[in-house]
Design a protein. Structure first.
Length: 223
């Protein structure tokens, strides 16, 4: 596919560029160990993926509070009771979450030929801390704090369309639920970075491109 098909590529950040599962697991295991609680990574992620969308859908609240509420609910599901002040450990850990090994090499390749952006379910200050891990500059950032909405809600995508008017936009993301479905609903071309080898979700909506990592995206776009 010729690179001239697009002018700007936007990315989901956590899960696509940043190893959010590793960050969540490491922070949760460490905090639970303080109470002598032993948990396993698969159970933590399964509980988190079940609880976080519910918390986000209830009402808009800063992502720090989403993380805190989700962490507290996850702990309860796993038989570990903590109060809300203890549950703040998860939000506090976000600035330490690292990029995937392929992230910066692929972004550096893509940045030579495209503008880059981020559409993220995050607060501005937490994203600001994360941006220090990247070796490229992003031309566009859209956060949940600014939109007062969380994906799969449409405001992130509608704002991206507005801010990139006249440019050909491609979105790239790991989450089928948060990104693939709403992007396709607005006719935004979407590259599904399916890092975990998941199946097409219940919506049955196909992404425009299906890749296993960001290296594959850079290869696809001839970067």
């Amino acid at each position: 596919m010729p690179r001239s098909d697009y002018d700007i590529i936007t990315f989901d950040c956590y899960g696509t560029l940043i190893d959010w599962e590793g960050g969540i697991v490491n922070a949760t295991l460490s905090e639970a160990a303080r109470d002598g609680i032993k948990l396993d990574a698969a159970s933590i992620i399964a509980a988190y993926m079940a609880e976080e969308p519910v918390v986000e859908a209830e009402t808009y609240r800063p992502y720090r509070k989403v993380l805190t509420e989700t962490a507290q609910r996850v702990a309860g599901v796993l038989g570990w009771q903590i109060d809300s002040s203890r549950a703040e450990f998860l939000a506090a850990s976000v600035p330490s979450w690292k990029p995937f090994p392929d992230t910066n090499p692929a972004l550096e390749r893509l940045a030579q030929k495209f503008q880059l952006g981020i559409l993220s379910n995050i607060d501005d200050d937490l994203l600001g801390a994360t941006l220090g891990f990247f070796t490229v500059r992003f031309d566009l950032t859209i956060t949940a704090q600014r939109m007062r909405s969380y994906k799969p809600g449409l405001p992130h995508f509608q704002e991206a369309i507005a801010q990139t008017a006249g440019k050909r936009l491609l979105h790239a993301a790991q989450s089928y639920f948060h990104d693939v479905v709403p992007a396709r609903g607005l006719n935004i071309p979407i590259a599904w970075i399916n890092r975990n080898g998941e199946s097409i979700g219940e919506a049955g909506i196909e992404p425009n491109y299906h890749l296993k990592d960001l290296t594959g995206l850079a290869d696809l776009l001839g970067a």
